[in-house]
Design a binder for this molecule. Structure first.
Ligand SMILES: [Zn+2]
Length: 257
């Protein structure tokens, strides 16, 4: 089930209280509108009735969509540095739901098809939903991001901070990296160092740096064929619950053992 609470929140801008409806958990099967709000980037965003500023309430929320193989604990972005301890917790929660000593086999199978995932912030959660919708392995998506970064060092020089999976679409008219026009591509949004402005105003793009990047689907397909080798190289993405390229920002040595 999905659990809603109407709670008193405080506006980040004017510090005045107001009431907002927030979710502790979201079951996409029973509350598809909540899933759509995540995709539309409107979930837990409320305009302050006092000053009109748009607030985002990045609170803990368990997101489940077992039909899509998703069991995802979303935590506030400020918790990211504690990922190692937190992913242990979500694995324990998942085991308690699906793998207790009395769990019937069909429950265990559901759990295996929906492995535990940890995300920080609703953009990371949105990525999991998009990947599942398009039958993409989230681990390979994160490896694809790392390869894009390594193959395009100018992005880091421009202050690239995060690459986010945005969607999968027809790339009619898009120029691909290797000159071959693909039929489908994976679209990413790029965020740079200055993108978290408190006033929410658009930030100018660093000179020459792209805001969006489309990777042809064949790059993903090539990764899918190398899965065993990739598992050895990017072990953390295959064993941890926080499946995100940012892990290597905190443990960069692990990329080059
Ligand atoms: Zn306000």
């Amino acid at each position: 089930m999905s659990t809603f609470h109407t709670v008193e929140v405080t506006c980040a801008a004017c510090q005045e209280p107001f009431e907002a409806r927030l979710l502790d958990s979201l079951n996409a099967d029973r509350h598809p509108a909540g899933r759509q709000e995540l995709l539309d980037r409107t979930l837990h965003r409320h305009t302050c009735p006092h000053c009109g500023v748009h607030n985002v309430f990045d609170k803990p929320m368990l997101y489940t969509d077992l039909g899509q193989g998703l069991f995802v604990q979303s935590l506030p972005e400020v918790e990211r540095l504690r990922f190692a301890a937190l992913e242990h917790e979500i694995v324990q929660v998942h085991q308690g739901v699906f793998s207790s000593p009395n769990s019937p086999p069909f429950v265990r199978e559901i759990g295996q098809a929906a492995p535990p995932r940890l995300v920080f912030g609703y953009e990371e959660l949105r990525e999991k939903i998009v990947a599942a919708e398009h039958d993409l392995d989230d681990r390979l998506i994160e490896i694809l991001k790392l390869q894009l970064i390594m193959g395009w060092p100018d992005l880091l020089a421009a202050g690239l901070r995060v690459i986010l999976l945005d969607g999968v679409s027809l790339l009619d008219g898009v120029i691909s990296l290797d000159g071959v026009l693909p039929e489908r591509g994976i679209e990413f949004v790029l965020l740079y160092a200055d993108d978290d402005r408190a006033d929410g105003l658009p930030v100018p793009t660093p000179d020459g740096a792209p805001r969006r990047l489309a990777a042809p689907m064949h790059l993903y397909d090539a990764l899918a064929e190398q899965r065993p080798a990739l598992r050895a190289t990017y072990g953390q993405l295959f064993t941890g619950a926080w499946v995100n390229a940012l892990r290597y920002k905190f443990n960069p040595d692990d990329l080059h053992p």
